[in-house]
Design a protein around this ligand. Structure first.
Ligand code: GLA
Length: 386
């Protein structure tokens, strides 16, 4: 299913390109969204994350132009078209989606000023605003398209840094590197332990009989960027207190010893980050050893920490985690995933329990919270630059 979905998306993009531009595209490329198994709000603290790329993503059909104009047709953003010149890139308050293209190309031009314009058709199936990195997959797809089109010497790690720069400097979200890096460098069938301090990573196979079971709570997320940026500032304030560059350098013993000198809310934020780093590393080891009981316990502890210490879950996400956990017990793991404040929960579910987990979600979530859940059964997919 995943591969054929990709092929269908590519065919659609090529067809739409012909309709929009009355000629064939030169090439088509795809970048995946991602789900994070564990290690949330650790990336911008130089910590550890354990994401996987998923079989939902963004596809771009593209052709080069000889001038500096970039013309983009976004099929899934109300079929809007945006046109701008690479020599005059300005933030767009109306077509917010176009800022991802503009920001990404502005950042790309700092390293590759030689690029020219292009015609692009974009289509994707990562649910937007759900915490599955629709924006990172968009940025990485753009970078892949320009890399191929203009034969740039750009590898996946540098593409990820450029995508992150677009978000930080142009879009206005101070996100870390996780989403862009896994979209660029994910490995099919594997999760990736990424050390966000030096960007080294290790792939770990996800056992064949485990599904990435994702449920979107469909809670509308409001003011996400400002709440996210505030969490980041709080973490940086604690790092500053310890005189280090990031919370990665602080141990739990050091943190605990300073408890009465740090504001309680900031202490809790830091406790989440320091403990989450250990959980991410433990989960990698457990995944390699196929030790489901440990994975289960670590994912549970991660959710509790994001709920109580980092305070980024919602009652709907907490409810979903409880429901799914009641079926899985120690046979699988479940937690919120991504930035939080709404969005998705992720579960590692043995194939034999998939139907039961679906049933519990479908029969209880809407009844309890008045929202329809969306379920995505995913496989770990290949990154765009891998
Ligand atoms: C968002 C950001 C990431 C990361 C997660 C939380 O997805 O884009 O960089 O910080 O939130 O883990």
């Amino acid at each position: 299913m995943p591969e054929s979905q990709n092929i269908e998306q590519k065919e659609l993009a090529l067809q739409l390109f012909e309709q929009q531009f009355k000629r064939s595209a030169e090439l088509v490329c795809h970048a995946p969204g991602r789900v994070n198994l564990i290690g949330d709000h650790t990336d911008y603290n130089d910590g550890f994350v354990l994401p996987a790329a998923i079989n939902y993503g963004t596809t771009i059909a593209v052709s080069a132009r000889e001038d500096n104009v970039v013309k983009v047709y976004a099929h899934d953003c109300e079929q809007q078209t945006n046109e701008f010149s690479l020599t005059e890139i300005v933030f767009d308050q109306q077509m917010m989606w176009s800022n991802y293209v503009k920001g990404t190309l502005q950042a790309l031009m700092k390293k590759h000023p030689e690029i020219k314009g292009a015609n692009l058709v974009v289509t994707g199936n990562v649910p937007q605003g759900a915490g599955l990195s629709s924006s990172a997959s968009f940025e990485i797809a753009i970078l892949k398209a320009f890399t191929q089109l203009y034969q740039l010497d750009l590898d996946g790690v540098n593409a990820a840094l450029i995508g992150q720069q677009a978000e930080n400097d142009f879009v206005g979200c101070n996100c870390g590197i996780m989403d862009q890096l896994i979209s660029a460098m994910g490995q099919q069938g594997h999760a990736m332990l990424l050390d966000c301090k030096d960007l080294s990573f290790e792939d770990a196979p996800i056992p064949d009989d485990l599904m990435l079971f994702i449920v979107n709570s469909n809670v509308k997320r409001g003011l996400v960027d400002s709440a996210y940026n505030l969490r980041r500032q709080q973490c940086e304030a604690v790092a500053k207190y310890f005189g280090v560059s990031a919370l990665r350098e602080v141990t739990m013993a050091q943190l605990n010893a300073a408890e009465d000198k740090i504001e309680p809310e900031l202490f809790k934020r830091a406790r989440h980050v320091v403990s989450e780093n250990t959980r991410a590393v433990n989960t990698l080891k457990a995944l390699k050893a196929n030790d489901m009981a440990t994975i289960s316990a670590e994912m549970k502890a991660s959710h509790v920490s994001l709920r109580d210490d980092f305070e980024v879950t919602t009652k709907e996400m907490d409810g979903l985690v409880e429901m799914i956990d009641s079926v899985l017990g120690t046979k699988g793991g479940v937690r919120m995933t991504g930035g939080g404040f709404g969005g998705c929960v992720v579960a590692l579910v043995p194939t034999a329990l998939v139907e039961q987990v679906k049933d519990v979600v479908n029969s209880n979530y809407e009844k309890e919270f008045g929202l329809k859940p969306s379920i995505y059964l995913c496989n770990a997919s290949q990154g765009a630059f891998r």
